[in-house]
Every structure is written in C-alpha cells, then in structure tokens.
Design a protein. Structure first.
Length: 156
C-alpha cells in the first residue's frame, strides 16, 4: 500500500515534466493532495508513536500549521512568477522579491513557533523532539523515492 502511494506520488510529481502541454485538472490535483496528506499523516503518526487520542488532536493542528506555511510560500512563489512574467522589472521590484525570499524562512519559523505552544499540550517532550526529525525523514524519503524512480526511468 505504501509503495503504491509513493509510486503514485512520484508519478504525479513527474507528470508536469513528462506532459508539459497538459496540466492536471484541479480535481486530479486535489485528489493527489488528499492522498499525499493521508500518507504524511500515517507517516507522522508512526514516526511520533501517537496514541489515537494524540492523533485526533495533533493532526488537525499540524494541518493548520502546514496550511499557513504553504500560504506564505505561495505568496513568495506568486511574486516570483509575476516578476518572471513581467517585461520591464525595476530594481525596487527585484529588491522587494529578494527581501521576501530571504524573509521566507523567518516567517515559516514564526508560524511553527506559534503552533509549538499547541503541540506542547498534545505531545510528550520526546515526541516534540521527534517532530522535526520526522518532517526531515518524510522529505528525505520522498526525495529518495523520486531519485530511485528517475534512475529506473533512465535505465529503460
């Protein structure tokens, strides 16, 4: 089951590159995001060793945090796209984008610190420590699967 989800994730990540003329529909993207979120929830639950009670409390809070972080990232990415598509870009516009890019991590950190207070009321101290490692492990696992899939594709 997990292999199927990972393969689907990798395939969907590569889809825009493989079929650049066709973009996935909103429905496909939403389905992929839902499947990805479910996989991440299962991964985090397992890595943190959450009880059913902790899981019921933690996952909605974690999802809210991720949505806030994603919104900050989306704002910066939109600025990048808008500037890239513009013909005559001023130095001031470049400077504003650069500032937003450099501030991005700080804004993400502020959001995470805000949610840390909520996590403290749900998770045990050892689980709090494991949280950041679990996030890194999740990202590494996705990258590893992506690299394996890419290498396999090149061999064919």
């Amino acid at each position: 089951m997990i292999k199927k989800i990972i393969f689907t994730l990798i395939a969907l990540m590569l889809l825009p590159v493989a079929v650049s003329a066709q973009k996935p529909s909103d429905r496909d993207r939403k389905a992929w995001m839902k499947e990805m979120q479910q996989y991440k929830n299962e991964f985090m639950t397992r890595k943190l060793g959450l009880t059913d009670e902790q899981k019921a409390k933690f996952l909605p809070v974690y999802k809210r945090m991720e949505c806030e972080v994603r919104a900050v990232n989306d704002q910066t990415m939109k600025m990048e796209r808008d500037l890239r598509d513009k013909k005559d870009v001023t130095d001031l516009e470049y400077e504003k984008l650069a500032e937003a890019q450099f501030e991005l991590k700080a804004r993400e950190a502020q959001i995470e610190l805000k949610y840390f207070k909520e996590f403290k009321s749900i998770l045990k101290p050892a689980q709090l420590v494991k949280l950041k490692k679990a996030e890194r492990d999740f990202s590494r696992q996705l990258m590893k699967k992506h690299q394996e899939h890419s290498a396999e594709k090149r061999r064919k």
